[in-house]
Write a protein that binds this ligand. Structure first.
Ligand SMILES: Cc1cc2nc3c(=O)[nH]c(=O)nc-3n(C[C@H](O)[C@H](O)[C@H](O)COP(=O)(O)O)c2cc1C
Length: 390
């Protein structure tokens, strides 16, 4: 059998702690600690536990050079379960699903640490609201109680005589717009967003102003947001819930042509779907439009190959898009939000993403604010909820 190691593999010694009453009664601290060796390979769905022999052997194998294992040898015996798990690739079986995912990973140029981080920070079936309740971190008072003293809200350098009080500058319309930007957690499901307003939101946030071509097939888009290398890898997939003239459902926005593409879906795009998408945060589920920010990592990694900064660059771009969406919504009189507490795998399945080359980083949304606040919004100055009479 000819084998080689999978392309990317991180071996993590992971300690797990469990409470054991017996251990406490025997005079210990009640905690039993177990050290396990976990294999983290980003083309696989989950970490795999290894014994010492397998982990030590894997660490000696090349991801590039094929080696021959003698039939009936101890090494072949060791290799078989590792091939089945996808940690080793067998040349005889390089058409299996896992082997194909491994090959795909080699062509997308992930930085290995970023690939592992991305693969194993995705959620599936997580209820973020219940998690906050169970960890007693739901309200600010609870957080203080549970988590103890927080780091200060601002850093003070305490450099005597070295600070300059800067002039207060009079605000203009842009400052007023910025101060009206408040994350919206209360949407009005009774009032649809007009199509023109929806179109303007997408055009301003995700649309392309110009395209230009270099040579045969290298095309750059000029957009309202910055992008590392000008490559604009992040796609906008929309869950349209309440827009005049549009059927509710899944769409893809083409920023280069300002077109909306209706996506076929095997699953019902209903409230359950949306609740699962936003980790059961019911306060976002009534948003008129939710936008799944889904990078095509391969577009950025094509230039920044196995680069230590490339994943960071793409993640920052999601922030730029979100801020632009917030400001465009605020300008239109709408509310907006972003959340990273999302079930990425649920979105990947619905959107049929190639999860080696594409992924989901966050979900944003926008729509009309409700007339009253049921879920708390951070508006201590009362700019949105108690505006001063004109
Ligand atoms: C990257 C990111 C992730 C966020 N995730 C959540 C979230 O999961 N749930 C939520 O209710 N708000 C989320 N927020 C919104 C913040 O809670 C909000 O920005 C913060 O409370 C400050 O309020 P403001 O946006 O109104 O100024 C997120 C914000 C950012 C920038």
């Amino acid at each position: 059998m000819l084998i080689r190691r999978c392309a990317v593999l991180l071996l993590e010694p992971r300690e797990e702690t469990q409470f054991h009453l017996e251990q406490l009664l025997r005079g210990g601290d009640g905690l039993v600690r177990t050290l396990r060796c976990m294999a983290l390979a980003p083309h696989l769905e989950a970490p795999i536990e290894l014994d010492q022999e397998a982990s030590a052997w894997l660490a000696t194998l090349s991801p590039n050079v094929w080696i021959r294992l003698e039939p009936g040898s101890h090494q072949e015996e060791l290799a078989l379960p590792l091939v089945q798990a996808g940690l080793l690739v067998s040349k005889d079986d390089d058409d299996s699903d896992l082997a194909r995912r491994d090959t795909r990973l080699r062509t997308v140029y992930w930085h290995p640490l970023a690939a592992v981080m991305h693969a194993f920070s995705r959620w599936d079936g997580v209820d973020a609201v219940r998690n906050m309740q169970e960890s007693e971190t739901e309200t600010a008072e609870q957080m203080r109680q549970t988590l103890g003293e927080p780091p200060p809200e601002a850093k003070v350098m305490s450099l005597k005589g070295a600070s300059t009080v800067l002039p207060e500058v009079d605000g203009n319309a842009f400052d007023a717009l910025l101060s009206r930007r408040v994350t919206c957690r209360n949407f009005d499901p009774m009032r649809p967003v007009p199509l023109n307003m929806f179109a303007q939101m997408l055009q301003r946030t995700f649309g392309s102003r110009t395209r230009f071509k270099v040579g045969e097939d290298l095309v750059f888009l000029k957009k309202n947001v910055p992008s590392g290398g000008g490559l604009h890898p992040i796609e906008a997939y929309l869950v349209v819930q309440n827009v005049e003239g549009l059927d509710p459902g899944l769409y893809h926005y083409r920023g280069d042509t300002h077109e909306l593409e209706r996506l076929p879906s095997d699953v019902a795009i209903d409230r359950d779907f949306v609740m699962e998408l936003v980790g059961q945060q019911h306060w976002f589920a009534d948003a008129h439009v939710l936008v799944v920010l889904a990078p095509r990592f391969e577009r950025t990694f094509w230039k920044y190959r196995q680069h230590a900064k490339s994943y960071r660059v793409v993640a920052m771009e999601a922030g730029h898009l979100s801020q632009t969406l917030y400001l465009a919504a605020t300008d239109a009189g709408l509310g907006a939000f972003i959340t990273a507490a999302i079930n990425e795998k649920h979105a990947e399945r619905a959107l049929k993403l190639d999860t080696i080359a594409e992924g989901v980083l966050a979900v944003c949304g926008f729509g009309w604010r409700a007339g009253s606040m049921t879920t708390t919004e951070l508006d201590p100055a009362g700019v949105i909820w108690h505006p001063a009479p004109a």
